[in-house]
Design a protein around this ligand. Structure first.
Ligand SMILES: [Mn+2]
Length: 469
């Protein structure tokens, strides 16, 4: 790929030839030698082997991606494409993994800036004195156990070699390899997602770590409730984010901090509302580890520390639906099965509340689904490097497929009563309930990863009391 001009700012001072010359020399050799391979390197090599086996005889190109513009000259913090990190263990921007038709892999990386150019002190995006030091090609080769080359040497496809490219990740790679674009590219995307459905042992350990950080973040949130009462939901968003940054990389998705009627909005991320005693707080958040795996956990907390009788009844209905979903998790069952199990519980519960306009059996019939006015969405999704992991996988391997040992997924049936719903009793309006667990499918069933947080209403109350005191 060709090199762009340095990214300078409109308010940068001009550089004289004398200064440019002066900046070139006098810098110590900081090469790190004798680096050992990272733990992830051997796992990544096995994953590349699985991918190559699906497309033997073809060249596969998987970019990391570049900086995304936020506004004017400001970029978002960089986060690599998940498939790139899965295949390499690397997290740097602008990298491109190439797996050759024989299975040999090369990682094309943007190394440290050449001191003979002005990039290292003038470029605001890639310059070392602005953005920090990148590893050298030799350092990355040692840590990732992969041959490395300068990304500028990534060449256009060359005739005769069948090539697939993971598209819409790096526009420069898309342009460089435009001549080989074709329907095979989408299949590469789908197969990468499919291969990531079954987590290896290293990945499961990362997700466990993400859940552990998230659990501590939820405890922080409980301790911050008094401050949140004086401020807003934003206080709790910030408190959780601090834990995610301190122990991990970031949050894996925008935290949903939904007090009161905001809980009925599935993806409430404005997080600017009041936190009031007597209301519930639906808190849905996940820390992302430094290896980029995320948790995705939801709990509903009584802000005062005690559920009202009605809140408790609805919470326990939701918890029973979650129990029903969990109890059918085992290798070989349909992915849709745990959702159906939860919906049977919730449809009967809605009938008991007197809100269903028909019998629960009628509401559950395929040609009805009327209960969904209050359940709104599916009951779970795959979880891993992305919060909604493996979304590009073929439906036959995921939504219409069957669970396998090594799948990691969320289980999160919920009930949502909108504040302006005229078909329900006034006391239900503005209530939202969801318990969300992170679960790994094992050889003979499942294991809840998020069991460091309480599930039952009584346990939520005693946990809140213990954590806050
Ligand atoms: Mn979720």
């Amino acid at each position: 790929m060709t090199r762009a001009e340095p990214h300078t700012g409109s308010h940068d001072l001009p550089v004289s030839p004398a200064l440019a010359q002066f900046m070139r020399s006098g810098w110590a050799d900081s090469e790190q030698r004798g680096l050992a391979a990272d733990d992830v390197a051997a796992w990544a090599a096995a994953r590349r082997g699985r991918l190559h086996a699906r497309f033997a005889g073809e060249r596969l190109v998987v970019p990391s991606g570049g900086y995304q513009r936020r506004s004017n000259d400001q970029s978002y913090r960089f986060r690599p494409h998940s498939a790139y990190t899965w295949l390499t263990g690397d997290q740097s921007s602008d990298g491109v993994l190439v797996i050759e038709p024989d299975g040999d892999a090369t990682l094309f990386l943007r190394p440290r800036s050449d001191r003979r150019s002005g990039e290292f002190f003038r470029d605001r995006v890639y310059g070392e004195l602005w953005a920090g030091r990148r590893p050298t090609l030799a350092e990355s080769r040692a840590r990732l156990a992969l041959p490395t080359r300068h990304v500028a040497e990534l060449a256009s496809a060359g005739a005769g070699t069948p090539t697939r490219v993971l598209r819409r990740v790096d526009p420069r790679v898309d342009a460089l390899l435009a001549d080989v674009a074709g329907p095979g590219d989408a299949e590469l995307d789908a197969v990468l997602a499919e291969l990531r459905l079954v987590k290896d042992a290293w990945e499961i350990a990362q997700i466990e770590q993400a859940v552990a950080i998230t659990t501590r973040g939820f405890e922080d949130v409980v301790r911050a409730l008094p401050t949140a009462r004086r401020t807003s939901e934003r206080c709790l968003e910030g408190v959780f984010w601090q834990r995610a940054r301190l122990e991990g990389n970031d949050v894996g998705y925008h935290s949903i901090v939904a007090a009161g009627a905001h809980a009925a909005t599935l993806h409430w991320i404005d997080n600017d509302g009041p936190v009031r005693d007597g209301d519930l707080l639906l808190f849905d958040a996940g820390a992302e580890t430094r290896s980029l795996y995320t948790a995705d956990v939801t709990r509903v907390l009584p802000i005062s520390g005690r559920f009202t009788p009605l809140q408790r009844d609805l919470y326990e209905l939701c918890r029973r639906a979650n129990d029903a979903a969990l109890s059918c998790l085992t290798p070989g069952i349909e992915f849709r099965a745990f959702h159906r199990a939860a919906m049977i519980v919730l449809a009967h519960g809605l009938a008991d509340l007197g809100v269903l306009p028909c019998s629960p059996e009628q509401a559950l019939a395929k040609d009805s689904g009327l209960y969904r006015r209050w359940t709104l969405c599916g009951s779970g999704h795959m979880l891993g490097l992305d919060v909604h992991d493996c979304a590009a996988a073929p439906s036959g391997a995921y939504l219409e497929g069957r669970l396998e040992a090594g799948n990691v997924l969320t289980v999160e049936p919920g009930l949502y009563f909108q504040a302006d719903d005229e078909l329900i009793p006034a006391e239900l309006r503005g209530l939202g309930m969801r318990i969300e667990e992170d679960v790994v499918i094992t050889d003979d069933g499942y294991r809840v990863l998020s069991d460091g947080l309480p599930r039952r209403a009584d346990d939520v109350e005693s946990w809140m009391h213990r954590v806050a005191s």
